[in-house]
Design a protein around this ligand. Structure first.
Ligand SMILES: Nc1nc2c(ncn2[C@@H]2O[C@H](COP(=O)(O)OP(=O)(O)O)[C@@H](O)[C@H]2O)c(=O)[nH]1
Ligand SMILES: Nc1ncnc2c1ncn2[C@@H]1O[C@H](COP(=O)(O)OP(=O)(O)O)[C@@H](O)[C@H]1O
Length: 198
């Protein structure tokens, strides 16, 4: 059994990463989601240990010092990190693991795991992106402005990724990601053992 896929998804705030990932995971039960730790306060509807491991700055910094993170970053005034535990073990056991993380984190993952599949989600337009952040209704006006301003800088990093997915329609975006996963699994380098056995 070869390795599973380490799928990394990034994109600006409000582009629909969370929504697209939820649809993808609902339809593909074999993909496991890496739950991140964060010092951000939970939004209404978010569940501790399911949406994120919600923690405080002191605890997070302790985890950094104990090298408990695969990667971490400071985003929009808060820490976010992928707990090391499980992710690589799962991939090595052949399981596909999904990381929904920011660009700084994705670049760290790419450094030591270049075999990952790096996907960037794009909005149809910047106007639509703004509309989505505003309509989600989870952020203060200042937080919306901060996220929107950062979005312009973030989008420039699309060129560091393997794939760009336009999130115009959720179902279409999910289908595009499923096609990428399918194609990645067909790569010769991922089928060496199967090919040898023919
Ligand atoms: N580096 C890193 N970024 C993360 C992690 N978890 C979430 N993020 C990113 O942090 C950013 C802010 O996430 P969040 O507060 O949920 O806000 P949203 O993007 O507006 O939904 C997003 O770009 C997430 O992809 C993580 O474990 N590591
Ligand atoms: N393809 C889409 N078309 C219209 N609205 C969308 C689409 N994808 C997501 N949304 C909406 O945009 C808002 C932001 O989505 P969310 O998944 O929270 O983004 P992110 O995780 O990237 O910050 C939510 O209100 C969501 O319902």
């Amino acid at each position: 059994m070869g390795n599973g896929l380490l799928i990394v998804i990034s994109g600006p705030s409000g582009v629909g990463k969370g929504t697209v990932c939820r649809y993808l995971l609902d339809k593909n039960k074999e993909i496991s989601l890496s739950v991140s730790s964060t010092t951000r306060a939970p939004r209404i509807g978010e569940i501790d240990k399911v949406s994120y491991f919600f923690t405080d700055k002191e605890q997070f910094e302790k985890m950094i010092n104990n090298e408990e993170f695969l990667e971490y970053a400071y985003v929009h005034g808060n820490y976010y990190g992928t707990p090391k535990k499980n992710v690589l073990e799962k991939v090595e056991k052949g399981q596909d693991v999904l990381l929904e993380i920011d660009i700084q984190g994705a670049l760290q993952v790419k450094e030591f795991y270049p075999d990952g599949v790096f996907i960037f989600i794009l909005p149809p337009t910047m106007e639509e992106l703004k509309k989505r952040i505003v309509n989600r209704g989870t952020e203060t006006e200042a937080a919306i402005e901060e996220r929107f301003k950062t979005a312009y800088k973030e989008i420039e990093y699309v060129f560091k990724y393997d794939y760009a997915i336009l999130n115009d329609e959720i179902e279409l975006a999910v289908k595009r990601i499923e096609s990428i996963i399918e194609a990645e699994k067909c790569k010769v380098k991922r089928q060496i053992e199967i090919i040898k056995d023919i």
